[in-house]
Design a protein around this ligand. Structure first.
Ligand code: GAR
Length: 234
């Protein structure tokens, strides 16, 4: 999927290459969508949003898409007779827009195996926990309840199992003694916003690929230090 941003044409001119074509699928507020919109506004960012699709008509993210002048489509799942019909409409919409990478950003519908397999290694998801811990809902409340010291978020390629698939990036966020579900969600969301455009860039620039159950990387840095929480004096 990697592509150079510029090529040199035979007459010596610099020619712009096409950008990675994204669809962003949402169900709600769309703050992750917003950071992708903002990233794509940079002419040097290697991806562009072709379409924003919501399964809920009242999703504020649709408004964000319209304000950015993007194609905003509502496929209200309640108006379809079956999951298959909903996913056929979704697939048709993605094909019509020539989408190359599907970005699930707070999209709260489980997708069936046939649909997921059709988009294998071409669909990514943001999940608000350090996978494989805390799959499913209420991730922050469950982490606080368990007394774990770190929460976080994960962006991964999608597989048919819920919240499963090769992990692209993660951010770990310390849980403070007075954190509530809401405060932890807000802390983690800021890291989701850092991760999403960065992960899309890695894919668009061909710096990450799937190998078996894992992602393998080219030319990326990892932090040199770990984190200890609570901070102690030796
Ligand atoms: C985000 O926190 C995202 O990680 C989560 O929904 C929120 C959407 O926020 N996704 C899931 O829980 C998917 N399993 P947003 O609409 O403001 O981007």
């Amino acid at each position: 999927m990697g592509r150079d941003q510029r090529l040199v044409s035979p007459d010596g001119h610099s020619v712009k290459m096409s950008k990675l074509k994204l669809a962003v699928l949402i169900s709600g507020s769309g703050t992750n969508l917003q950071v992708l919109i903002d990233a794509c506004a940079d002419p040097d960012y290697p991806a562009e949003i072709k379409v924003v699709i919501s399964n809920r008509p009242d999703a504020y993210g649709l408004e964000r898409a319209r304000m950015a002048g993007l194609e905003a489509v509502c496929l209200d799942h309640t108006t379809f007779d079956s999951k298959e019909e909903f996913e056929t409409a979704l697939h048709d919409c993605l094909k019509e827009q020539q989408v190359e990478l599907v970005c699930l950003a707070g999209f709260m519908r489980l997708l069936t195996s046939p649909f997921v397999n059709r988009w294998k290694d071409r669909m990514i998801n943001m999940h608000p926990s350090l996978l494989p811990a805390y799959k499913g809902l209420h991730t922050h409340a469950r982490a606080i309840e368990d007394g774990v010291r770190f929460g976080g978020c994960t962006i991964h390629f999608v597989r048919p199992e819920m919240d499963d698939g090769p992990i692209i990036m993660q951010a770990a966020v310390p849980i403070k003694p007075d954190d509530t579900e809401e405060t932890l969600a807000a802390s983690v969301l800021a890291y989701e916003h850092a991760l999403y455009p960065a992960a899309v860039r890695l894919i668009a620039e061909g710096k990450v690929r799937v190998s078996g159950r894992k992602c393998v990387f080219k030319d990326v840095n990892v932090p040199k230090t770990g984190l200890i929480s609570p901070v102690t004096t030796p």
